[in-house]
Design a protein around this ligand. Structure first.
Ligand code: G2I
Length: 464
């Protein structure tokens, strides 16, 4: 089996694993320059990733649209045609006409398909909107089973559940008729999807989950961690990535992607669009691509439409092609960044394709999680805090903090540090006893002199 790590032909594979206790080897690979890809799909393919778009069935007859889509993209999402209202307009009467047009177009052009979406509080057919309790739960599970069975073998990844978390500071679930059937509705949907199509990757998909410090991101992270620990079949997390000036690409995007990946799931950018124009838009797109390329298990990027005029928010000109189908500056920056490759931090032990990431082999039975959070910032330096959480009862822990050149750690507190010869990797051990019982946390802090590099450090934890 090809591990995600081995698929990447470019870049230095570093040892730091952000967020969770995973032991990995440092391997520096000298890789010959490859021919630059001249399309998004070719350039993304250089590192084993896909580049996709959302397609609307009724636009496929527009030859400008379908020519661009066919040339540039190799992963296709139906923008609306696989949603619950489209595929089950009347209870137990399924309708796949428009969805099939997209799936057939994709497959006949050698492309793969992301399924979007099996269960969602929105875009429910009228008959479902007024249901509740057991009958709604059963109708939802029947929908998941029927649709995933119909498309069995044709779907790369399914958005099994879409947008189930609340915005704002609660970090909890969104209220909806589905949520009111019981908190286990999400895992029930995943189990039904796995039974119906065992080979599709099963994703949880949401928006406003890009910034690692946001409560919603943490809420989804905790759910995925819980699912992985209990064997609920989840393979991937989709980050919709709808950005605009009020919700810009966060500087810690790579941290978010890396931390989720370290839970043992793939991460995918599923609905990318960024309102704006010119070089500022281009730079933000570049940042998203860079973040994905820096995470081995970020397996692909999908933009939410082809031309600006095809977008659900066309007035914000958020896509890579203008209304006439011309490539925008954002297109060029994405293509160039894909061709430039990135530094890939492995998120798993390469000898273990699907490890339980919280149980590293050399350090004994316990496991812990390290989470970085930003502290105060000054012109020349910033503070950071690492929170160590014991996942099981542990008798001790150690945590690594890797900073990126020219950064230097110039002060620490609440721990006992040592450094490797490069000075980039600090190993922090507890000052006193490191014993923690399951669920308990402790933290330490440090100051980084950043030398102009504001990137967040990567952190790991291992326990004994
Ligand atoms: O809202 C942006 C996206 C957020 N994440 C989930 C995605 O599924 C969602 O996509 C958008 C589509 O881009 C829109 O095209 O979802 C909207 C609501 O489902 C879609 O809008 C709908 C309109 O509400 C309908 O009135 C219209 O008939 O598009 C339909 C087809 O054009």
């Amino acid at each position: 089996m090809t591990t995600p790590r081995l698929r990447h032909r470019r870049g230095r594979l570093g040892a730091a694993v952000s967020g969770l206790a995973v032991t990995a080897l440092t391997v520096a690979l000298a890789v010959p320059a490859a021919a630059a890809g001249s399309t998004l799909q070719a350039a993304a393919g250089e590192s084993g990733r896909y580049f996709g778009t959302a397609i609307a069935a009724n636009r496929l007859s527009d030859s400008t649209y379908s020519t661009i889509a066919n040339r540039e993209f190799n992963m296709i999402t139906a923008e609306n045609e696989m949603k619950m209202d489209a595929t089950e307009p009347n209870q137990n009467q399924f309708s796949y006409g428009n969805a099939d047009r997209i799936v057939n177009w994709a497959r006949s052009n050698g492309k793969q398909v992301r399924g979007h979406a099996l269960a969602w509080h929105s875009q429910q057919p009228g008959w479902m909107q007024n249901m509740s309790g057991t009958s709604l739960r059963n109708a939802m599970l029947n929908h998941v089973t029927q649709v995933a069975t119909y498309y069995r073998g044709k779907i790369h990844s399914w958005d099994v559940v879409n947008e189930a978390f609340a915005d704002g500071s609660s970090g909890g679930r969104r209220d909806s008729n589905l949520q009111r059937t019981g908190n286990d509705w999400i895992e029930a949907a995943f189990r039904a999807a796995r039974a119906a199509d065992p080979n599709a990757k099963l994703c949880y998909n949401d928006y406003n989950t890009d910034n690692w410090s946001h409560a919603k991101t943490q809420g989804v992270y905790n759910m995925v961690r819980d699912f992985k620990s209990r064997g609920v079949p989840i393979d991937c997390v989709g980050f919709q990535a709808h950005f605009n000036s009020g919700n810009p690409v966060p500087s810690n995007y790579d941290v978010t992607l890396r931390n989720f990946a370290a839970l043992g799931v793939d991460v995918q950018i599923t609905e990318l669009d960024i309102e704006g124009s010119g070089s500022s838009q281009a730079q933000q797109y570049q940042g998203v691509v860079q973040a994905c390329l820096s995470v081995a298990r970020c397996t692909g990027i999908t933009v939410w439409g082809v031309r600006d005029s095809d977008s659900w928010r066309a007035s914000g000109t958020p896509l890579l092609f203008d209304g006439s189908g011309n490539k925008k500056a954002a297109y060029t920056s994405v293509l160039n960044q894909l061709n430039a490759g990135g530094t890939t931090t492995p998120t798993q032990n390469p000898t273990t394709p699907n490890p339980t990431p919280t149980t590293p082999p050399p350090t004994g039975g316990g496991s812990c999680t390290a989470t970085y959070s930003e502290g105060q910032k000054w012109n020349d330096r910033f503070n950071g805090t690492v929170t160590i959480r014991a996942n099981t009862n542990i008798s001790g822990w150690q945590s690594t903090v890797t900073v990126r050149s020219p950064q230097r750690i110039i002060a620490t507190w609440s721990g006992s540090p040592s450094w490797d010869s490069s000075g980039n990797v600090m190993t922090m051990r507890p000052s006193g006893s490191g014993a923690l019982s399951a669920g308990q946390t402790t933290s330490f802090g440090f100051t980084v002199q950043h030398g102009g590099n504001w990137a967040w450090p990567s952190v790991t934890c291992s326990a004994s």
